[in-house]
Design a protein around this ligand. Structure first.
Ligand code: ATP
Ligand code: LTN
Length: 332
């Protein structure tokens, strides 16, 4: 039997996991964990690239672990851990920062968006963020990187960095591929369909959180912006309705055409009521499991430590090859 291919993905503990994270990434991790040798990392070091509150970071790191477990990540199948527990991530990030180029980092859309033009005063870590991300994946020689559409450019960059390292210093790294879902790869904010649903938007009605109670979900969907016209159809001139139809379609497991068919002769209000039911049905079991897990955060911490031990072993093998290729003298 051939060994299972390896996959790696990460999520920042910058806030609360939302429906975009779930549909674009986490839901697929759960499906993929039995087929692939899976590494899922809570990237706490990445969460320090914009100003942060230490107490919140600590709380959100464990809570993110609990939510991933509640979503169905199974620690007996997948390796789930905190990035800062495996120091090799930071070590490899340094080596790769000597391979990556200023010009290629300057082209990163996420850097442009998150620095909001203040490129002189933001932290250096925001600029080198994609180098740490490259280290995350390359450290495990992962083939697949299941992510949402916003991460395509970062995965392209890690391929370029790996290719350069391999050709300059020797074949050490596997070239990873972005695995982006056909549907749900880019869920938009409910209050602004031109911006992606995001943890750091800090607008209460923009994102549905996985831990939202049914009445909160219904209220957020009721207050979602819609488009002009009345027909419930997906089209480029109806970005808000298209977004709601996409969420419905992915969660209900029906094509957009089939969902549209349900709303012929009905209006946006009908779509919102039905969508709230679909979202509540999908998220309620997650919220309930999450609440149970949050009653015992020490158990989540224990599971994360097991993941870190396994990740450290794999990382150590790659780092030995990296050091050798780079000409760093092994300790005598
Ligand atoms: P932040 O707002 O702090 O940047 P985020 O909401 O973008 O956070 P991340 O932790 O950076 O979330 O991303 C985790 C995963 O969720 C990534 O694979 C990312 O591509 C995916 N993702 C994030 N937002 C969306 C979205 N709106 N639609 C689909 N996938 C998304
Ligand atoms: N940058 C990603 C989070 C992330 C990640 C990774 C995703 C950090 N390291 C490695 C995939 C693989 C984000 O902002 N969504």
């Amino acid at each position: 039997m051939t060994e299972a291919q390896r996959i790696f993905s990460g999520i920042q503990p910058t806030g609360y996991i939302h429906l975009g994270n779930y549909l674009g990434a986490v839901r697929r991790w759960v499906d993929q964990q039995s087929e692939f040798d899976s590494f899922f990392c809570i990237v706490d070091l990445h969460a320090m690239t914009l100003p942060w509150d230490p107490k919140e970071l600590q709380e959100r790191s464990v809570a993110t672990g609990a939510m991933l477990l509640a979503c169905g990540i199974d620690p007996t199948q997948a390796t789930l851990y905190l990035q800062s527990h495996v120091p090799a991530h930071s070590e490899l990030a340094w080596v790769l920062s000597c391979i990556a180029r200023m010009g290629e980092l300057r082209r990163m859309v996420q850097f442009k968006e998150k620095s909001k033009g203040e490129t002189e005063s933001v932290g250096v870590g925001l600029f080198t963020y994609p180098v740490l991300q490259a280290a995350d994946v390359l450290l495990y020689r992962a083939h697949g990187v299941p992510v949402g559409e916003d991460q395509r450019q970062h995965v392209e960059l890690m391929r370029d960095i790996a290719t350069r390292f391999n050709s300059q210093l020797g074949e050490v790294f596997v070239l990873p591929e972005a695995w982006i879902p056909a549907a749900g790869a880019r869920i938009m904010s409910l209050d602004d369909p031109s911006s992606k649903m995001s943890k750091s938007a800090n607008r209460p009605n923009s994102a549905i959180l996985l831990e939202d109670k049914p009445e909160v979900i219904a209220k957020k969907i009721r207050s979602a912006v819609t488009d002009s016209g009345r027909e419930v159809t997906a089209s480029p001139d109806k970005p808000a309705v298209t977004n709601l139809l996409t969420i419905y379609s992915v969660l209900a497991g029906e094509s957009i055409a089939a969902v549209q068919e349900r709303f012929v002769g009905k209006g946006y209000g009908d779509l919102k009521v039905a969508l709230a039911d679909v979202v509540v049905a999908a998220l309620s079991p997650l919220r309930e499991r999450y609440e149970e897990l949050m009653a015992d955060p020490a158990e989540t911490a224990r599971l994360l430590a097991i993941g870190a031990a396994r990740a450290s072993e794999v990382a150590a093998t790659t780092m030995a090859d990296v050091r050798r290729a780079a000409g760093l003298v092994p300790p005598a």
